[in-house]
Design a protein around this ligand. Sequence first.
Ligand SMILES: Nc1ncnc2c1ncn2[C@@H]1O[C@H](COP(=O)(O)OP(=O)(O)O)[C@@H](O)[C@H]1O
Ligand SMILES: [Mg+2]
Length: 247
Amino acid sequence: MDTVLLKTDHLTHAFGSEQSGIFDICLTIARDDFIVLAGKNGCGKTTLIRHFNGLLMPDRGRVLLDGQDIQKNLTVARKKVGMVFQDPDTQIIADTVFDETAFGPENLNMGREAINAGVINALKLLGLYHLRDRNPATLSGGEKRRLAIAGILVMAPDLIIFDEPFANLDYPSIVSLVRVCRTLHRSGHAIVMTTHDVAPVIMLATKMVVMDKGRIKEQGDPISLAPCLESYGVKNPFTPMAQAWAL
Ligand SMILES: Nc1ncnc2c1ncn2[C@@H]1O[C@H](COP(=O)(O)OP(=O)(O)O)[C@@H](O)[C@H]1O
Ligand SMILES: [Mg+2]
């Protein structure tokens, strides 16, 4: 099987002016990648990842998934590329954790036994199986976030995208989410994570991509690129904050 999962080819999406959006993005995501997409607020991270499953359409350029332009089959693209949004509350639909997780596969008319097996597997992987009969509204913030991930995992996506997953999380929740991401990566899913704070995941990432003003400025080995982060408004995780202030 080809190791390339997703590729953007000179992808451009401008919002009104040529100042705002993403421009000429050429990026390759391999099946075994864990990519940290870093950059300060407004640099275009969310705009870029929204092209990976066709939530946004390019002005110029293409997104190829398994070599196929994703516009040709958006249903397939949305199954293969799962997106974990920032606010887990906005995604909750069903009355139980189990039914919530089963919602996606049910809409695809998968068989009942396959759905049940997939849901049980996803809930176990995310440490939610014991809460399967609970009403999602009664879960903690961290549990709700894991439930949102279960609902995506159950679709067996090749690529799972996290958009600023650490926003509003306390330290134990960050640690627990990083562990989930590591488990997902080890179980064969490619991961893309946007963040303006690379510290929690830099050691897990296979590749770091740094954006600024809608363009990719750097990409490569995460640790080697860490020293250049500050020039793009992103904290170098190997510099203590107190020391950075003194610079
Ligand atoms: N729907 C939109 N309409 C107009 N401008 C937008 C829209 N979405 C994003 N932008 C602009 O595009 C730029 C990139 O935004 P975004 O992709 O959200 O950045 P990031 O996720 O890195 O914070 C910003 O200047 C933002 O204001
Ligand atoms: Mg964003």
